[in-house]
Design a protein around this ligand. Structure first.
Ligand SMILES: Nc1ncnc2c1ncn2[C@@H]1O[C@H](COP(=O)(O)OP(=O)(O)O)[C@@H](O)[C@H]1O
Ligand SMILES: [Mg+2]
Length: 257
């Protein structure tokens, strides 16, 4: 692979600058090369992501910070297979996953990836426990679900207990605070034991104390379960708490100010 030549090289190299040994110890679990995403707006082409190179290392918490419109969500959606790039490639554990068919992409998303969003995206008519179980139910299919529902339910309950909601499992989202809803979303993101959890502005709707609590849970799941986290945020304070933090502006990685 060619060495990246533009500023986005920062994104792949800063880890080895901060900790020279880490590159030897840690492999990239997820990598993208020359990743671009254009959107068409009438006659104009918007170059929202501009040939980005990035490596996410196994077992780390990495954050990408940038102002609104920088292209952070676009990058996260591409890496999480929620969108398809205009150009470039995405590798998961060395395998090119850029242009999988819909079913194969859905399988990778369901089994390997977890997602946490700013506005929680919980289903309003389902309890916290049912929300957490949803990806397990979808991933299992009906036969496996019949066989394993008990085990999966135990896992979901254990995750809800770990995020501090052991007493609120049967509450629907409207009876939970913002912070509690994000705890449910975090438990849901982990229920299928994914390797990578993508968080898009996970603290964007929370006050700073609650945001810190959510980040502490992310750290706990990283430390205790070895999960890799990629967090995109406009909140510099939260971004700095990550083990590695990168800056994005106008669809590219840029050096910190
Ligand atoms: N589906 C889309 N169609 C057109 N423009 C889009 C679309 N998605 C994002 N954009 C534009 O791309 C830019 C970056 O968006 P986004 O990745 O959401 O930024 P961020 O998450 O950093 O705030 C914005 O100018 C946004 O308007
Ligand atoms: Mg965004």
């Amino acid at each position: 692979m060619n060495e990246p030549s533009d500023l986005s090289a920062n994104a792949t190299q800063s880890k080895s600058i901060q900790n020279p040994e880490s590159k030897v110890q840690n492999d990239a679990i997820l990598e993208c090369t020359s990743l671009s995403r254009d959107f068409q707006s009438g006659e104009t082409t918007l170059h929202v992501l501009r040939s980005v190179n990035f490596k996410l290392y196994e077992g780390e918490i990495a954050s990408i910070v940038g102002s609104s419109g920088a292209g952070k969500s676009t990058l996260l959606h591409l890496l999480g297979l929620l969108d398809t790039p205009t150009e470039g490639d995405i590798f998961y554990r060395g395998r090119n996953i850029t242009r999988l068919g819909q079913e194969a992409a859905a399988r990778v998303r369901n089994r390997e990836f977890g997602f946490v969003f700013q506005s929680f995206h919980l289903l309003p008519d389902f309890t916290a426990l049912e929300n957490v179980l949803m990806p397990a139910r979808i991933g299992a299919g009906s036969l496996q679900w019949m066989r394993e529902a008990g085990k999966l339910k135990e896992r979901a309950e254990s995750l809800l207990t770990r995020v501090g909601l052991g007493e609120r499992m049967s509450h629907v989202p409207s009876r939970l605070s913002g912070g509690e809803r994000q705890r449910v979303a975090l438990a849901r993101a982990l229920v299928n034991e994914p390797a990578v959890v993508f968080c898009d502005e996970p603290t964007g709707n929370l006050d700073s104390k609650t945001a810190d609590e959510i980040f502490a849970l992310i750290e706990q799941f990283n430390r205790e379960l070895g999960k890799t986290f990629l967090i995109v945020t406009h909140d510099e304070h939260i971004a700095r708490r990550a083990q590695r933090h990168l800056h994005m502006s106008d669809g590219r990685f840029v050096p910190a100010d």
